[in-house]
Design a protein around this ligand. Structure first.
Ligand SMILES: [Zn+2]
Length: 291
């Protein structure tokens, strides 16, 4: 009896100084109870991740949700190392350039911005004062910085942070393909061989060409929206047939680590919100701003 009492006392003392005795909270927003959600926001220090995917063709051999599946894999693995709440599946981004392919879901420009705004507003209203967008889709690389910058339009009581790229990295196992590798090629196929091997049909990767067709001749610094279709009309860029999981492991380790490092820096950052508030205040009376 006495020994039992001592044991309980020691355990209680341990639990008071360390957290392993608490029930482990899921990072997934949709899996938490309302009461656990409150604890999760405290544990994550108000940092919530929004992994941002898309539904689009990925060559002849990868699933439509490749970007969503892979970004969620990286984000959830990062949350295991550095806790943060992870928002449910989000795939309402910019993908007009794949509207000619089956299975693409391309919401209007207005809805993309409005939905992102209302989503981050709702996250913040629920205590996510630091919203961290982790992008998994190349077509969002202009949308996300534009959205984040446009938050300066009027006051918000939260900060949006984002990692835009980081889906592959230099070094690691040598690549077997040598050409451009932008979409469903060796890198992305290798990543998906790690995250969802059962959904990869490597044997079909040669059914179409992922070569650059370079059909428009313009100087490099001239932009036109049809550039992607001009170069990669089958929504395939690179060669997925040579992909191996080892390259995917390398890419994903780097991606997960970059998210973990970002999470730690974001948790420690109090300057962004302070400067944002200072900016909003000054922007109400610009004539008083000293030159
Ligand atoms: Zn992709």
């Amino acid at each position: 009896m006495f020994r039992k009492f001592i044991l309980a006392f020691v355990l209680a003392a341990l639990c008071a100084v360390a957290s392993p005795c608490q029930t482990k909270l899921s990072p997934k927003w949709e899996e938490l109870t309302a009461a656990d959600f409150r604890d999760a926001i405290v544990q994550s220090k108000g940092v919530c991740m929004l992994p941002f995917g898309i539904l689009e063709k990925h060559g002849p051999h990868l699933p439509l949700g490749t970007d969503l599946l892979n970004v969620r894999y990286a984000t959830l693995h990062a949350a295991e190392r550095e806790y943060a709440v992870v928002f449910p599946e989000y795939y309402f981004g910019q993908i007009f350039e794949a509207k000619h392919e089956p299975g693409t879901v391309a919401y209007s420009r207005e809805l993309q911005l409005r939905l992102l705004q209302e989503t981050t507003d709702e996250m913040a209203r629920n205590g996510c004062k630091k919203v961290f967008i982790v992008n998994g889709h190349g077509g969002n690389e202009s949308l996300i910085p534009y959205f984040a910058q446009s938050l300066l339009e009027k006051p918000h009581d939260y900060v949006v942070y984002a990692i835009i790229g980081e889906r592959n990295r230099q070094g690691g196992p040598g690549k077997l393909s040598t050409g451009i590798d932008y979409h469903a090629g060796e890198n992305e196929t290798a990543n998906t061989l790690v995250t969802h091997p059962e959904l990869v049909h490597t044997d079909r990767a040669k059914q179409e060409s992922g070569a650059d067709q370079a059909r428009i001749k313009l100087p490099e610094d001239v932009y036109t929206g049809i550039w992607w279709y001009a170069r990669f009309p089958d929504h395939y860029s690179g060669d997925g047939s040579v992909a191996r999981a080892a390259l995917g492991e390398w890419n994903l380790d780097g991606w997960v680590m970059s998210i973990v490092e970002a999470l730690r820096a974001i948790k420690a950052d109090d300057t962004s919100l302070r400067l944002q508030n200072e900016f909003y205040e000054k922007s109400k009376h610009p004539l008083d701003t000293k030159q």
